[in-house]
Design a protein around this ligand. Sequence first.
Ligand code: GLN
Ligand code: ZN
Length: 775
Amino acid sequence: MKTNNLGYPRIGSNRELKKASELYWSNSITADELMAVGQSIRKNNWKLQYEAGIDLIPSNDFSYYDQVLDLSLMLGVIPEQYTAFAKENSVLDLYFAMARGAQKKGQDVVAMEMTKWFDTNYHYIVPEFTKDQEFSLFSEKIIDEYKEAKVAGYDTKPVIIGPVSYLLLGKEKEEGFHRIDLIDKVLPVYFEILQKLQDAQVTYIQFDEPFLALNLTEKEKNAITYVYNEINKRFPKIKLLLSNYFDCFGENLAMVLALPVHTLHLDMVRCHSQLDDILESGLLQSQVHLSLGVVDGRNIWKNDFKKTLALIEKATDALGSNRVWIAPSCSLIHSPCDLDLETNDGTLKPEIKQWLAFAKQKIEEVVVLCNLASNEITENDQASFEENTLANDKRKKAKIIHNEEVKNRVTAIVDKDSKRNSAFAIRRQQQIDALQLPLFPTTTIGSFPQTTEVRSWRAKFKKGELTQQQYDALIKKETEETIRFQEETGLDVLVHGEFERNDMVEYFGEQLDGFTFTKNGWVQSYGSRCVKPPVIYGDVSRPNSMTVKWATFAQSLTPKWVKGMLTGPVTILQWSFVRDDQPRSVTCTQIALAIRDEVLDLEQAGIKIIQIDEPAIREGLPLRKEEWTTYLDWAIKAFRLSASGVKDDTQIHTHMCYSEFNDIIQNIAAMDADVITIECSRSQMELLDSFADFNYPNEIGPGVYDIHSPRIPSRNEMVQLLEKAAAVIPTDQLWVNPDCGLKTRHWNETKKALIEMVAAAQEMRLAHPTAASAI
Ligand code: GLN
Ligand code: ZN
């Protein structure tokens, strides 16, 4: 039996890489200094895994920005727009320019597109392919890192994204071909890499083909078979480890089991039945090993050794112990680094800390599990086993997890609870009467610029350097100025600006029971950007109202409507570490009930328009299409549960961004929000076609300008976008708004842009003077 790891966090336990990269980007340290930080992180990671007892330690899992971009560089996939830049700059600067754009010595290049890595919150840089794309070995990172580890005393297992997944991760930059057709062109460069690794005496290579967890076309499946047969033909001595994660092999299983590989890695956390499916199929070749991904690489809970050992035993009974490897379910880049850094400063409840394991602890779990399963049990292993059993038992029974009242409320939910009193058409008339808004009403998505000053108030308040009174006075002043600004600009539906909020999930998590926070539980989101998701450990409830104070304060300042602003249950769930002892749907329902109570409190306090943001609803979709319906059913229901308690004339808004929504438009309609504001300015309103095709029944505010860019949009271009919208959607259904919150922008840009936006709405009113009452 061997222990295997697929990848270790590369940001450094104290985010050393983030800090060094940002210093390098601001010209405060040299490339050599940055390289030294990278080297030391790699060395520490190898050492840590070696000392813990990992047999197959990964290399090339490190990256200065993103592993997909690393591979693009290795394969020479560099879009033409960087040619001039490449000539005048180092490879490192070219790499960063592709990742994040660059303005240097008169050269001005934009960043490549970035998108989410499967269903994680990690973002990768999307490779771009042309029809006659050429590939050539441009960087030898994987070989260099293998050699570097060897010099340091570690014989590692290089990790590389397999050619089929690499092509599928990218996109075609022109028409007339499918990127999978490039397989014969890219393969020779992989051969070159393999040859060099073989020359350097490599034993194992890990090929990641995460697309095996998705529905593949025949052509794509054939490409997999072709690629691994070709590799095996040319490099029979290299032991190929083919890894799949995030879901089952599904209908790809038979094809995968016929491949000439040394080891198959299975994600046993996401696909409990995978081992049974393989054993029952009778198709596993007699020499193939299985790497069992039993330790959850995507969540922060301690493994349940008893359960896992039973599973391992099933595998060893069937295959013998030397064909079974123990591993985390996927790369540990999706886990925070080290639980030991959570010192008892009150951030993470100590009772909860003993139930958790971060990357370093997960590595230890893999080793102990292997020892326990192979009967070479030392006293330490025995102690770990007992400690693990005790912690899991305690967690199951812990009082702080269970709240009977919440459980009863969930069981008592009836269909009616997730339905508004009346159908949209009836509600709408009541809202028109109650709200008296003009045609093309203007609004924003919620947040206004979060200046360094505003951030500093929150930080000082947290540290106790500002009293509640002082802090409130500052936030009040900022909120009032924002209300006045919106009035002056002529916006119709105002917001309070969200100055009291650090983050749209954390703000609510901090006020809900069942949530806790880490001090240092950072996970890479993209490049140097890391997130620190809250931990949902128990039944969720809302001890007090969370937003009423600021919403009513803002409303008291103005005769115009101020929207109440909430984060929806699906987004709170999606951006947290979620408990693994009950289905996600149950946790989501509990959050929905808490939000529902907040919605009702806002309504009670006189707030007539309430927005429940759900930007993450699309990214929660399962990887396999056949599982979409189940997810969408409970997710949409949770949103409706949170929104449906209100009276007919209270207007519910929702907001969505970061994704394409074309394929779930029906489900979005099923959310039955009175108004949806949605990101679509970058796609030039393409999205609206699907809204129109489907005849979206409720009101829509298609974002008319991109808030991610400092650029001020012109009135004219917004009018044009609105005309596009008006061509497919009845004008009395349209709202006018930016495509997301404004918190990352500066005030001067925001002011100019909103003035233009309001003017664009006025032009539309003149051009389309249908009276709202005529509907
Ligand atoms: N109301 C939030 C804001 O404006 C929405 C953020 C989001 O959609 N990501 O900041
Ligand atoms: Zn948004």
